[in-house]
Design a protein around this ligand. Structure first.
Ligand SMILES: [Zn+2]
Length: 247
């Protein structure tokens, strides 16, 4: 279940700056070596100037905020309380139930967790998994409009596009199959499924993202859990975990 993610490294991990920053070898041996070193440094700097901005916007979608939202991200990258998240690498997603995709490690962990829950008489249902940025955009703005909410009111209950844990393919919304009336409602906390999750989810590397009174200022979401059982997942959720620990 916990696997090093080496075979599926995403392209965002491949940062050429790291290669360019490696010191050139045998610089002082000859004039031609020095010349090559200068070319190396100059070329690297030029590439950084030419490609730097596109790398920044690609890796940190938060820097310019979100179209349609007047608020700007805070120093730690958060927009209206939510941290920025990249879209999952499509090749790392698998369909876990009809129409619902998850990153493969999270899917495997969820399958094991559901089996264990079923053995205890709990019908754990997956209600939502991976969401693309464009789907999140619809969920944020369409519902905001339908409910006549401001962006900050909407952000209490839904992440702006580019800022949802769901876009990583590592977050799930879970329900109790025996009590579907509590789906995506705070009343889910009174179900046997939620109590089972409180006792067992950590064993499968699932963590409640937005507990009561969370420091991110997001509404309590007993149904929303994120998977932290891989090195990629730990890295992605490190800022959120660090912030939660400051409480
Ligand atoms: Zn959710």
């Amino acid at each position: 279940m916990v696997r090093a993610a080496a075979p599926r490294r995403s392209s965002r991990d491949d940062i050429p700056v790291a290669r360019r920053s490696r010191p050139p070898q045998r610089v002082r041996r000859s004039g031609s070596g020095l010349f090559l070193a200068c070319c190396f440094v100059f070329g690297g700097s030029l590439a950084a100037v030419l490609f730097g901005p596109s790398l920044v916007s690609r890796f940190t979608p938060s820097v310019s905020g979100v179209e349609g939202i007047a608020e700007r991200p805070t120093e730690d990258g958060r927009l209206l309380g939510h941290f920025p998240y990249p879209e999952a690498d499509q090749s790392a997603l698998v369909e876990i139930s009809p129409g619902l995709m998850l990153q493969v490690d999270a899917a495997e962990a969820l399958r094991s967790m559901r089996r264990a829950a079923a053995a205890d008489g709990i019908d754990l249902r997956l209600l939502s998994g991976y969401r693309s940025h464009s789907l999140q955009k619809g969920i944020f703005f369409d519902v905001k409009s339908a409910r006549n909410q401001t962006a900050s009111e909407r952000a209490k209950v839904s992440a702006p596009p580019g800022y949802s844990e769901h876009s990583t393919g590592l977050a799930v919304d879970l329900g109790d199959g025996d009590d579907p009336g509590t789906n995506l409602s705070q009343s889910f906390e009174s179900t046997p499924a939620f109590r089972w999750l409180q006792d067992h989810a950590a064993a499968y590397h699932f963590t409640l993202s937005f507990p009561i009174g969370n420091i991110q200022g997001v509404s309590y979401e007993p149904w929303h859990w994120r998977f932290e059982g891989s090195s990629d997942a730990l890295r992605l959720f490190e800022p959120a975990r660090r912030l939660a620990q400051t409480r």
